[in-house]
Design a protein around this ligand. Structure first.
Ligand SMILES: C[S@@+](CC[C@H](N)C(=O)[O-])C[C@H]1O[C@@H](n2cnc3c(N)ncnc32)[C@H](O)[C@@H]1O
Length: 231
């Protein structure tokens, strides 16, 4: 487990939702809803795991969308950071949501049994794990046959103009972020610029997932990686 990353999230847990929405002008919420929509689309089963659930936003979005679509779901959200999980638990208590269960677990070594989930989601985890290959192996282990995954992530936009725009925008975020939590916002901007989509797709392909797709989300800095565990 990465203590450095865990400490960063401990230091921003209280303000994570607030500053995330503000810095993204609310777009982060739209992206999570799109990930949740993908999670409940065309599923036969109902067992869903949200890895790196943080303050539980994706798990809650999945619950709300499933309720509206009258689909049965059982959602488990796991994260290695107890402070983020505490906020997630407070949120569902306040919203009186019963069928989400939050647990403390490391994405690199999940306690979940093998072949247990129809759908696995993970929002903004890939930039934060020590080894994406190990996580891809865990993903493969816990998904049922024909189970699908949805990974929401951020990385450099491939469009040159948008790329330039975000470099300037990140400079501003680092400047403002240094007044809130310098380490956290330096890491956020550094890890987004360093994330390699192609390498991630190669890893997932090598682990044997099929129907691999990347879908750019509004503003092209956020994207969804989806795929299926064939066997
Ligand atoms: C940027 S937050 C995203 C939280 C949430 N998915 C969302 O959409 O807001 C990243 C989360 O990943 C968690 N995380 C990072 N590495 C992890 C690991 N190895 N195992 C479990 N959680 C991890 C952090 O604690 C943090 O809550």
């Amino acid at each position: 487990m990465s203590d450095r990353i865990n400490n960063i999230f401990t230091s921003i847990a209280d303000v994570y939702d607030f500053w995330g929405h503000l810095f993204s002008f609310g777009i982060d919420g739209v992206w999570r809803k799109m990930a949740a929509e993908e999670a409940i689309a065309d599923i036969d089963g109902y067992k869903i795991l949200d890895v790196a659930t943080g303050t539980g936003s994706i798990a809650i979005d999945i619950y709300k969308k499933a309720k509206r679509a009258k689909k049965r779901v059982e959602i488990v959200g796991v994260d290695f950071n107890p402070d983020m999980i505490k906020i997630a638990e407070d949120k569902i208590k306040k919203k009186k949501i019963k069928n989400i269960c939050f647990k403390i677990e490391d994405a690199m070594n999940l306690v979940e049994p093998g072949c247990a989930y129809d759908v696995v989601t993970a929002g903004f985890l890939l930039r934060n794990v020590d080894d994406t290959e190990v996580f891809a192996e865990e993903l493969r282990r816990i998904l049922k046959k024909n189970g699908k995954f949805i990974l929401l992530e951020m990385g450099k936009p491939q469009n040159k103009f948008l790329n330039m725009f975000f470099r300037v925008y990140f400079f501003i975020i680092r400047l403002v972020g240094s007044l809130i939590n310098e380490k956290a916002y330096d890491w956020l901007t550094y890890s987004i610029l360093a994330f390699d989509r192609k390498k991630m797709m190669d890893i997932l392909k090598e682990k044997g997932f099929k129907d691999l797709k990347i879908k750019n989300l509004p503003f092209h800095i956020g994207f969804l990686i989806t795929g299926i565990k064939e066997r």
